[in-house]
Design a protein around this ligand. Structure first.
Ligand SMILES: Cc1cc2nc3c(=O)[nH]c(=O)nc-3n(C[C@H](O)[C@H](O)[C@H](O)COP(=O)(O)O)c2cc1C
Length: 197
């Protein structure tokens, strides 16, 4: 059976708050009984998108990523905020993953890894707004790729003091907000993809 939930962060920074939030999210979803894949974008060797480069062949890790995205009916993305939007890393990753592979029966439809996915959004930032504006830019991109967005979302502000030394969220209210996103994404995926979850 395919894993139910894919969780990843749009940062590869070692001490990333969004990677920590992704770890918390994955643990919560496992506690809720879901099968979870916690994906690290640093495990993928994906260059900056360039159509000339692509014309020589889609990188193997892009194909690997497409397959993983496609296999999971539900996703939660932890999106850092750079300059009021989401990161170039996240954009570049999604651009490659959504680019059609000419002549490939699996991936000539660029939207295939995205279509019908239930997607939840989280963000974390040292700032007061918690990276909320990254979500407001990410949302239309995901909808454009035919994802179903969960109405529940959460932006974790003041992230520098939000985690303890073990990476756990200190405040129960924060844990509750993350749990609400996890629960809603799993709930919706169970209805949209009953055979897969
Ligand atoms: C180029 C750049 C722009 C940033 N712009 C914002 C911003 O607009 N809003 C915000 O809350 N934080 C901003 N930050 C701070 C990030 O939220 C902070 O670096 C955060 O730790 C990044 O996420 P990460 O910890 O998951 O790597 C920016 C950081 C960088 C490097």
């Amino acid at each position: 059976m395919h894993n139910q939930l894919l969780v990843f962060a749009g940062s590869t920074r070692q001490q990333s708050f969004n990677r920590r939030l992704a770890q918390v999210t994955a643990a919560m979803a496992r506690e809720a009984g879901a099968q979870v894949t916690l994906l690290e974008l640093s495990d993928f060797d994906i260059p900056m998108y360039n159509a000339d480069l692509e014309a020589h062949g889609t990188p193997a890790d892009v194909l690997r990523l497409k397959q993983i995205l496609w296999e999971h009916p539900a996703w939660i993305i932890c999106a850092p905020e750079y300059n009021g939007s989401y990161t170039a890393l996240l954009k570049n990753t999604i651009d490659w993953a959504s680019s059609p592979v000419k002549g490939d029966p699996d991936w000539q439809d660029g939207t295939r890894p995205f279509r019908g996915k239930v997607a939840g959004m989280l963000s974390a930032s040292p700032g007061a707004l918690g990276g909320l504006r990254s979500q407001s830019h990410l949302a239309p991109l995901l909808i454009n790729l035919e994802c179903w967005l969960a109405p529940q979302a959460f932006a974790l502000g003041h992230a520098g003091s939000a985690f303890d030394d073990h990476g756990a969220l200190v405040q129960p209210a924060h844990r509750d907000r993350v749990r609400a996103v996890v629960d809603q994404v799993l709930w919706a995926a169970g209805r949209l993809h009953p055979a897969a979850v």
